[in-house]
Design a protein around this ligand. Sequence first.
Ligand SMILES: Nc1ncnc2c1ncn2[C@@H]1O[C@H](COP(=O)(O)OP(=O)(O)OP(=O)(O)O)[C@@H](O)[C@H]1O
Ligand SMILES: [Mg+2]
Length: 270
Amino acid sequence: MRAATGRTSAGAGSAFVPAPGTAPSSAPGPATAPALEVEGLTVGYTGAPVIDGLSLAVRPGEVVALLGANGAGKTTLLRTLSGLVAPRAGRVLLDGDDLATASVEDRVRRGLAQVPEGRSVVSELTVEENLQLGALWRHPGRAERRAAVARGYELFEPLARRRTSLGHQLSGGERQMLALARALVAAPRVLLLDEPSLGLAPRVVAQLMGVLRDAAQRTGLTVLLAEQNVTSALSIADRGVVLSLGEVVADAPAAHLAADPALRHAYLGF
Ligand SMILES: Nc1ncnc2c1ncn2[C@@H]1O[C@H](COP(=O)(O)OP(=O)(O)OP(=O)(O)O)[C@@H](O)[C@H]1O
Ligand SMILES: [Mg+2]
């Protein structure tokens, strides 16, 4: 099932308070330098490349929906960007800096965060401890960390009621809220998300999407969102990028992609 979401925040998202030092986003213009840039990226596991010479630029504050059929290479691209998979060729740049020698941890410290598929939270830790872990990456001071964790609770009200619950005691929706809140309390510059809507009720999907849109608008967060839930992703995205067999086959404003029957039929399956 797919949830229609608006461009405005859904409920709890409106409580988002930007971290100190983060500027509200201005409308990104064509001259804005990319926050994330991928140049000629080629990635493979054993045989033929899964990503083949892919190039992509995402501007600060832009929300890009990464779409494509099962096996198109979305997860592989995100895992390569976050440093979990080494590319065979090509470059990844964060704010103009080449990440070739940066470890996964270095990338997180520099502001590149990922919410991987599967609501990844630490099951044996409480909600509060999970949020504190998220804040540890980028907030050195204790007071700063406490403020960041408080912002996490403002994003998703249900989490505030489950502070002392362990990760494995949460519902699927609550776990995904926690995974997203944990990434956001680290105040990333660029957030990569792999299918955050998978298996969630439409209302929860709408809430997650609203929080993402809100964070992009208010703090200039750059979002690359891999989704099978095309309608929800395009409803909050500025732009949609469609992958097929590891190549970009369409790159267009989200409204254009959603409205073009030929594109939808050829690449998006609806
Ligand atoms: N660890 C791996 N080892 C070998 N091949 C892999 C591995 N992970 C993915 N692949 C292959 O790479 C291709 C792209 O997979 P990937 O998971 O990136 O696609 P995806 O677009 O995320 O698909 P989905 O929508 O199903 O999540 C597929 O053919 C897949 O079988
Ligand atoms: Mg995938």
